[in-house]
Design a protein around this ligand. Structure first.
Ligand code: GLN
Length: 460
């Protein structure tokens, strides 16, 4: 982005460069479609233009669940194979208005459901650091693209870690803003009370500038926050913060010893710099993953009911005259295994007789989590945590035990249950040569402080 700002490169040169990189690294399977001609035409236009927006010439990839008018969008699902967006997401309109160039759509887990990017109709994405490993999910193509230098930044979505986990596994910055910070208009819904568009980039600054552009109130989304995001940037490098961490997480039985050690050492070094870093008990830890999976599958079972072959979805080859059979055949052939599993689970937790025991209970736990978290932020500026108990998994393992993969979401889904902004910073290296990160969370809508602190952490 700096080369563009300083005039060392033109928009056209930048787009040509990324198109050739995408071709060279096509085996990563990060892009489903590249808008090559269109991106070049736009770059040429921008090079001639006198007006320079905040994202003039910034080349951005889109997770394949964000609508861009006149372009295919499928949420990496077979059921939306032939679907073209009728309108653009608010986030896309805002990117384009500031001079960004959209280079293509990126592979992800089907409807954002997964942690490995192996649940895609278009096949798995490979991790650019080690192609025998997964890039993380669900925004795997978006993270792999940034890491491999196939675009300057990507838009992803984060319902339960889908920006932060792939950022962690691929060694890039993953920024999940507060719930409502970015309009969900034009984001294909997974679980509407959790979904938010986020940014994957090389630096906190790049991610913050893009977030600044795409955020803000929107008449098309009543849950979008009314207050605009302040662009204040004055980083006082000597400011000392109060930071909490959860010993239950850092010493969790599932955590890799090197990850645990790296976070513990980070705590010590922050203390040595004069920050107050203290342990806080978090007794609700074991309820986080079940609560998340009950609520998100319930919301997904409702959101995904629109894919029936009449309103949306590719129609299966069938000559049935029976409506229920028609729906069944379309859904059976269109959805992948993981999506079907979640629709069944969500339908079950919402069904009469079980609703109170699962859905209502999970809503109550969500409330408790929010209350407990609010208390923590009365005393602290930030919470620091790991993103994942493990580094990037080897490919092909997730079908063995889906529950083990769900448990891997333990440290990321908390931010979504409470609507908190959270950033994954690529600070650490594992002995396996893989990268892993530090997660920094702040109180809801406190992105300005989060930006200052994460910027400082990246400079150390
Ligand atoms: N692993 C999470 C899930 O499968 C990721 C969800 C997301 O953030 N889209 O639900």
């Amino acid at each position: 982005m700096l080369d563009l700002q300083s005039g060392r490169t033109t928009c056209t040169q930048a787009v040509r460069h990324f198109i050739s990189c995408i071709e060279e690294r096509s085996s990563l399977n990060a892009f489903i479609e590249v808008f090559a001609e269109e991106a070049l035409a736009r770059a040429e236009e921008l090079d001639k233009s006198e007006i320079k927006g905040k994202l003039h010439g910034v080349v951005i990839g889109l997770k394949d669940n964000i609508c861009y008018k006149g372009h295919a969008v499928s949420a990496s699902s077979g059921i939306l194979q032939n679907f073209t967006s009728l309108y653009s997401a608010t986030a896309i309109e805002r990117l384009l208005a500031e001079g960004a160039i959209i280079i293509g759509r990126q592979n992800c887990d089907e409807f954002g459901m997964g942690s490995t990017n192996e649940n895609s109709f278009y096949g798995p994405v490979l991790n650019p650091i080690d192609t025998g490993r997964v890039p993380g999910g669900s925004s795997g193509g978006s993270a792999a693209s940034v890491k491999a230098g196939l675009c300057m930044a990507s838009l992803g979505s984060d319902t339960g870690g889908s920006v932060r986990l792939p950022a962690d596994f691929c060694g890039v910055v993953g920024y999940k803003p507060s719930y409502g910070r970015v309009s969900r208009h034009g984001l294909i819904a997974y679980a509407s009370s959790f979904d938010v568009i986020g940014v994957l980039a090389n630096t906190v600054e790049d991610a913050s500038v893009i977030l600044q552009v795409i955020s803000g109130p929107d008449d098309f989304d009543s849950t979008a926050l009314r207050q605009p995001l302040s662009s204040a940037q004055n980083v006082e490098s000597d400011k000392k913060f109060k930071i909490a961490y959860f010993p239950e997480w850092i010493n969790h039985p599932s955590i890799d010893t090197e990850i645990s050690k790296a976070i513990s050492e980070k705590i010590k070094s922050l203390q040595a710099e004069g920050h107050i870093v203290e342990p806080v008990e978090f007794p609700l830890t074991e309820y986080i993953v079940p609560t998340y999976y009950i609520l998100t599958t319930a919301e997904a079972s409702s959101n995904l009911s629109r894919y029936d072959g009449v309103r949306y979805a590719t129609k299966a080859a069938t000559d049935t005259k029976e409506l229920a059979t028609f729906y069944q055949q379309n859904r059976k052939s269109g959805f992948g295994t993981e999506v079907k599993r979640r629709i069944m689970l969500g339908t079950f937790v919402l069904s009469a007789g079980y609703f109170e025991a699962y859905y209502t209970k999970a809503q109550q736990v969500r409330r408790l989590l929010n209350d407990q978290t609010a208390l923590i932020f009365n005393d602290f500026d930030f919470i620091i945590a790991p993103n994942s108990p493990l580094v990037a998994y080897k490919t092909g393992q997730q079908n063995i035990d889906p529950i083990a993969v769900y448990m891997g979401d333990i440290f990321t889904v908390f931010a979504n249950l409470c609507g908190l902004p959270a950033v994954s910073l690529p600070l650490f290296k594992h002995s396996s040569n893989l990268s892993f990160g530090l997660q920094v969370l702040s109180s809801p809508q406190n992105e300005v402080c989060l930006r200052r602190f994460t910027h400082l952490l990246m400079q150390q």
